[in-house]
Design a protein around this ligand. Structure first.
Ligand code: GLN
Length: 285
């Protein structure tokens, strides 16, 4: 008796069931992304191709991705990319997976640009600790006359960010350099940053998908989680004095501490919340 050939649809459903049994949080979504990626389709295109029989090679590729997911690897790491602000960013071991919460940084910065009538001006953007380049590329995609500088301590991150910007058609307006916070003191109209802000001691207790797969350099904010802000804020004073604004992503319990830190340098802070209602961004002027 011959068995019906497996189709993308039957494989996708079996994958979702298997991920659910492995207690993965979003089994249907993950199965769709992994199966589609394994066979070279965009996840959105999968439903239209579900009657297609899969080849032996595809079955092997799908199985390899599912095994990694069952073992606890995040989907973004397996497929090597993540959507942020509607754009796709390639990732490597040196880049944090862009989080939806960080879109609050982009929203807050764009709100400032709009209030100040800046969309049509050639704004200068700086992104400190740019990682995959997500914040800077998202802003540049909205501000067609802006130019930007992305800085990262990690050469691997700077390379990923540069590649992402080029692929998104933003390469001519964005420059990426390897460097530290101290190198960001140049002038800018808008500074954004999602620095490491987790307390060192807490990292061991983070969810395994973060702890084991995001770069420690992008997470570890020192003993009280505030090391990066202590280093960055003094670098911003010239920018602020010239009327620029800075948008700092923070941990949800850090708004008071970062506001106080900025206050000691004479900067005024306002706090923006993310979609979950958590304090997420400190805006400095
Ligand atoms: N938001 C990230 C997390 O919760 C932390 C990123 C960071 O430290 N900047 O894992």
């Amino acid at each position: 008796m011959t068995q019906d050939a497996a189709t993308l649809g039957t494989v996708r459903r079996a994958a979702a069931k298997r991920l659910a049994e492995a207690e993965i949080d979003t089994p249907a979504l993950d199965a769709r992304i992994l199966v589609a990626t394994a066979v070279g389709l965009a996840p959105n295109a999968l439903p239209l191709s579900e009657d297609r029989a899969i080849t032996g090679d595809e079955a092997v590729a799908i199985e390899a991705m599912l095994a990694r997911r069952v073992a606890g690897e995040p989907v973004a790491r397996i497929v090597g990319s993540r959507e942020f602000w509607g754009l796709s960013f390639s990732l490597n071991a040196d880049t944090l997976v862009p989080r939806p919460d960080s879109e609050t940084v982009v929203e807050a910065a764009l709100a400032f640009v709009d209030e100040s009538g800046g969309r049509s001006r050639p704004l200068r953007l700086v992104d400190i600790g740019t990682g995959s380049g997500a914040l800077l590329a998202a802003l540049a995609s909205e501000l067609p006359r802006a130019t930007g500088l992305g800085i990262d301590l990690s050469p691997g991150a700077a390379t990923a960010a540069r590649d992402n910007a080029a692929r998104l058609g933003l390469g001519a307006r964005l420059l990426f350099v390897v460097g530290s916070y101290a190198d960001c003191a140049g002038m800018a109209d808008v500074v954004v940053t999602n620095p490491p802000y987790i307390e060192s001691e807490v990292i061991a207790g983070l969810a395994a998908e973060v702890r084991d797969h995001d770069p420690r350099l992008a997470l570890d904010g020192g003993a009280d989680g505030l090391d990066a802000y202590r280093a960055i804020i003094p670098q911003l004073l010239r920018v602020m004095a010239a009327g620029g604004r800075a948008f700092l992503e923070i941990g949800s319990a850090q708004a008071d501490a970062v506001t106080a830190l900025a206050g000691r340098h004479g900067l005024v802070a306002c706090v923006h919340r993310d979609l979950a209602g958590h304090d997420r961004v400190v805006e400095l002027r």
